[in-house]
Write a protein that binds this ligand. Sequence first.
Ligand code: G4P
Ligand code: NA
Ligand code: NA
Length: 192
Amino acid sequence: MEILKNRIRQDGTVLENGVLKVDNFLTHQVDPVLMEAVGKEFAELFKAEQITKVVTIEASGIAPAIFTGLFLNVPVIYARKAKSLTMKEELLTAEVYSFTKQVTSNVSISQKFLNEEDNVLIIDDFLANGQAALGLVELCRQAGAKVNGIGIVIEKSFQDGRELLISKGLRVESLARIASLENNQVAFVEEN
Ligand code: G4P
Ligand code: NA
Ligand code: NA
């Protein structure tokens, strides 16, 4: 997606350890016009999949997920990382290990929001090692829901997430694929 790649070139900054800072438009301050275009693109890519729910994880997945749900005309569920006091009903829960933070955390969704009739599109802001996406796939599995696709705003193609998800038979569509962040330079995967 060219406007996204241009925005990354313009406003993204490369930190050490292969981390890309995009807090100007995605992970802290959010550009709604760009997010609208992102949501439209995901809706177009997955329009044949009969999606009934969009599932993401708090916090930075929520903005792109909302616009995707808007254009697919389906509800958006975000998995929560901390148990909320009002979440008294039965929860689907999965463990997610973060390589970046080196901690394991639990993510949860109320089971009332997902069932065996759902065709789910998982949306997230970043794909690195794929553990967050796998946790969401596991929540869908527990609900008996089908995962019909995974939409990623920024994929770090030099990490293992994409291969891991594809090896499980999942369809992964990433709007920007980064081949390398070496020498503080963003290099995108060449696509034809
Ligand atoms: P994984 O889910 O792909 O295995 O990723 P990992 O554990 O490495 O990443 C943990 C968190 O860091 C996730 O957000 C993920 O979206 C984010 N992340 C990974 N790589 C980058 C990067 O290069 N730049 C930025 N800005 N974020 C990255 P989180 O902390 O769980 O959630 P959130 O509340 O920030 O959305
Ligand atoms: Na995220
Ligand atoms: Na994030």
